[in-house]
Design a protein. Structure first.
Length: 266
């Protein structure tokens, strides 16, 4: 395994997140813990300057309104003139207002990676899937792979579908990740965190698919280790432990945990 975490910490990439109003602090702390340097923006007037200093960008549509749409458009217009990676988190995209805007974003701007749960990715792919709002819904690993691959091919971009089974697809390659913990569902904001963590991994350059796979593995392994460290499985303590494990994680520990999980699932 390439030393991706070491590379992130060496590069200390600035990750610009157009965040929703629910989780900006959580996102900033997660990016910082893995080795990135987080910045947030809510003003279109500074979008170009922010993009200039950023190494990677995340667009989160979690609390979408007209002001944030203007900010997103300004940031994406600036990133379109660069080769910097852009991660799109289409929160609750099945809802009509959000769906219309996100489809416009995908049609008019360069997106490197779409990160969402099964319900969100299925909605973009045009596939039937039972979900409510930001809930992901239920399904088996084969169905999830189909959803991720279909979405990836439709938009010609990398897709990371996260949930009980994570799927990473770029239209040609597809991989699954079964590391993780049910505690991710107990703490609101884990999806937002992983989207911006992925931007940090992509910002180091190289193979985006491999960087995305490793970024997902890093976040989910940190979650596993955090949950295992708790005396009692409660969300507040889990978040603190998650930050600690992201901070302590290194490439060797990540490789060992992924191999152990893979052996258990064989």
């Amino acid at each position: 395994m390439t030393d991706y975490i070491e590379q992130v910490r060496h590069d200390n990439p600035v990750v610009l997140t157009v965040a929703n109003m629910v989780t900006p602090g959580d996102v900033a702390n997660a990016v910082n813990a893995i080795g990135g340097s987080p910045i947030m923006s809510s003003s279109p007037a500074e979008a170009e300057e922010m993009v200039n200093i950023a190494a990677g960008v995340t667009i989160n549509a979690g609390t979408l309104n007209e002001a944030q749409q203007e900010e997103i458009e300004a940031v994406l217009k600036a990133t379109d003139q660069t080769e910097k990676p852009v991660v799109l988190d289409p929160v609750a995209v099945a809802l009509p207002y959000r769906h219309h805007f996100i489809k416009q974003v995908l049609a008019n701007h360069r997106i490197s990676l779409i990160r969402g749960n099964a319900g969100e990715i299925a909605s973009l792919a045009g596939l039937q899937w039972e979900s409510r709002g930001v809930d992901s819904g239920q399904g088996d690993a084969q169905q999830l792979r189909k959803i991720a691959v279909t979405c990836s091919k439709k938009y010609h971009t990398l897709v990371v579908l996260t949930g009980v089974h994570d799927v990473i697809a770029d239209g040609y390659r597809v991989a699954t990740n079964d590391c993780g913990t049910p505690m991710f569902q107990a703490y609101v904001g884990c999806g937002d965190m992983v989207s911006s963590v992925l931007a940090a991994f992509l910002a180091t350059g190289g193979d985006y698919w491999r960087s995305a796979l490793t970024g997902v593995q890093a976040f989910t392994v940190a979650g596993q280790l955090a949950a295992a460290s708790l005396a009692q499985p409660v969300p507040g303590s889990f978040f603190t432990a998650l930050l600690d494990q992201l901070y302590l994680l290194d490439d060797q520990k990540l490789s060992d945990c992924v191999k152990k999980e893979s052996a258990q699932n064989d």
